[in-house]
Design a protein around this ligand. Structure first.
Ligand code: HEM
Ligand SMILES: *[C@@H]1O[C@H](CO)[C@@H](O)[C@H](O)[C@H]1NC(C)=O
Ligand SMILES: *[C@@H]1O[C@H](CO)[C@@H](O)[C@H](O)[C@H]1NC(C)=O
Length: 346
């Protein structure tokens, strides 16, 4: 049965793809226990073609030389999130920080060395989490297809899988990013601060090519995760912030009675990807100043209103904006490398 199906599908490939037999035979060996996976992969190969998107990236970049790349990453993510659902937020945030500094090149993963203090060790590393998940996926991928899958792609795929795992939209992303060769603490100054107002946010996201609408959609990532008191306590000193619900102010103050590192969920459902974040903004219950400010600007307010009413619209815009974010200053060819250990340049 399997043989017949293979032959049948294979007929679709014309001569140039004969080369794939060898690969498919190996693939079949690798996953001999799981015929379904082979058939699924074949479907992917047959139906999606090799559409290049940008910068030499493509949806099926690894189809030939590491066909199980997506499965391996998804497995690592699912396994880790089953054990600790709060890490979904960590993975999504990691991808954002990676892309906003030096492009999506996994510079965020580099450990500091004697001679260099990396992004990671900035106070603005803002409690990034989930590095072990990337290491786990990388280790398995190095066994399966050494030197092929970049850490930058793993970070991008892991963020995407975390969003889906948490109940968010499912979407395909282009792959083929190369890993960067530097990571400098001083570059983290390029990240937006939680004290930014709407016009600051529109400007800084605009510098990366995003519209105000896309910025509001991306801020919706704060439907996942937490902020530490140190990120919002400045909002509590002014006696009555007209942009904050007075009951909610008490909640935040109570959290901060636990100290600077005490955690406040960014919305009522910290492990679920939904539009509750936007509804919280309408109730003046945004945790960060940079969240609540989206309601005080006419342009961003109308977008917040739309997403609060229509989750499907939020999901649609969010996935598009994430794909766009994932293409920021991507390195290709000799401008980057495929790191063998995500924490160290080769
Ligand atoms: C609009 C500008 C943004 C600002 C000013 C901002 C700032 C922050 C701050 C201050 C925190 C809390 C960190 C802490 O206290 O430990 C946070 C958390 C988070 N941010 Fe953002 N962020 C922004 C945009 C984004 C974007 C675009 C994404 C992803 C697409 C994102 C994803 C997250 C996630 C998932 C968390 C929770 C992390 C966790 O629970 O570990 N943020 N952000
Ligand atoms: C973040 O930076 C601080 C120093 O500001 C450091 O102590 C901490 O280990 C860093 N966190 C991570 C996850 O690298
Ligand atoms: C936003 O903050 C900037 C400083 O970061 C300030 O110059 C500007 O006036 C503020 N805009 C509004 C609308 O409050």
């Amino acid at each position: 049965m399997m043989y017949i199906t293979l032959t049948h599908h294979f007929g679709v490939f014309e001569k140039p793809y004969i080369c794939c037999w060898y690969l498919l035979k190996n693939l079949a060996k690798m996953v001999s226990a799981n015929i379904i996976v082979v058939l699924l992969l074949l479907e992917v190969l047959v139906t999606s073609g090799f559409n290049f998107v940008a910068n030499g990236l493509s949806m099926n970049y690894y189809a030939m030389n590491c066909p199980l790349a997506e499965f391996v990453v998804k497995n690592s993510v699912n396994k880790a999130l089953q054990a600790d659902p709060t890490l979904a937020a960590g993975l999504v945030r990691m991808h954002f920080h990676d892309c906003f500094i030096e492009g999506c090149d996994s510079s965020v993963l580099i450990d500091s060395t004697k001679d260099n203090t990396a992004e990671k060790d900035s106070p603005a590393n803002l409690s990034l989490r989930g590095y072990e998940i990337i290491d786990d996926a990388k280790q398995q991928l190095e066994q399966q297809c050494p030197g092929v899958v970049s850490c930058a792609d793993i970070v991008a795929m892991a963020a995407r899988d975390a969003i889906f795992w948490a109940g968010g939209p499912v979407y395909d992303i282009p792959k083929g990013r190369k890993d960067g060769r530097m990571s400098k603490i001083q570059d983290t100054i390029k990240l937006p601060a939680p004290t930014f107002n709407a016009s600051d946010l529109i400007r800084i996201f605009g510098q990366h090519g995003f519209t105000a609408r896309e910025m509001v959609a991306l801020s919706g990532a704060h439907t996942l995760g937490v902020a530490r008191c140190s990120s919002f306590k400045s909002r509590l000193s002014s006696v009555s912030d007209p942009n904050m619900d007075s009951e909610f102010a008490k909640v935040l103050s109570k959290t901060c009675s636990g100290g600077d590192n005490a955690e406040q969920p960014l919305d009522a459902t910290r492990n679920t990807f939904d539009n509750i974040y936007y509804n919280a903004l309408l109730k003046k219950s945004g945790v960060l100043f940079s969240d609540q400010t989206l309601l005080s600007n006419a342009i961003t307010r109308s977008v917040v209103n739309g997403y609060a009413l229509n989750q499907a619209m939020f999901f649609f815009d969010f996935q598009q904006a994430m794909v766009k974010m994932g293409l920021l200053d991507v390195k290709e060819g000799s401008k980057g490398e495929v790191r063998l250990n995500c924490r160290k340049i080769n």
